[in-house]
Design a protein around this ligand. Structure first.
Ligand SMILES: [Zn+2]
Length: 126
């Protein structure tokens, strides 16, 4: 059973390869990303992976000027909640878009941010 569940590890492996994958609840149809163990809508655990195109638009954003420990050299940077065209929202780091160009509804596109073994969710210009 667990073999059919998209794990967070697999989610980031796919993201590293440039593929964004969500999961859809087989019971109620809720779409979720990143993977969750149980459906937040109906509490079932009946997920099927869904490939996502990676295109969306900014819902809200924040410029991080004081970064978490160990990431100080990366600040300032912007993080945004992006609503994908498929209707699900995801937090990611904004790359290659000037801060003063950031606004709600700005179209963006997913891109993986790979640093060594780490993969993070990024969004660049659409
Ligand atoms: Zn559900």
């Amino acid at each position: 059973m667990a073999d059919h569940v998209l794990t967070l590890k697999h989610f980031f492996e796919e993201a590293r390869a440039g593929r964004l994958t969500g999961i859809r609840c087989g019971k109620c149809g809720e779409l979720a990303i990143p993977p969750k163990e149980f459906c937040p809508s109906c509490q079932d655990r009946n997920w099927a992976p869904v490939p996502l195109a990676g295109a969306g638009s900014i819902t809200s954003f924040t410029v991080i000027r004081v970064a978490p420990r160990g990431r100080g050299a990366e600040a300032p940077y912007a993080v945004a909640v992006v609503r994908l065209d498929e209707g699900v929202s995801l937090l990611g780091r904004i790359v290659d878009i000037p801060f003063d160009a950031l606004r709600a509804d700005l179209p963006v596109r997913f891109r993986p941010l790979v640093t060594g073994e780490q993969t993070a969710i990024g969004f660049g210009p659409a």
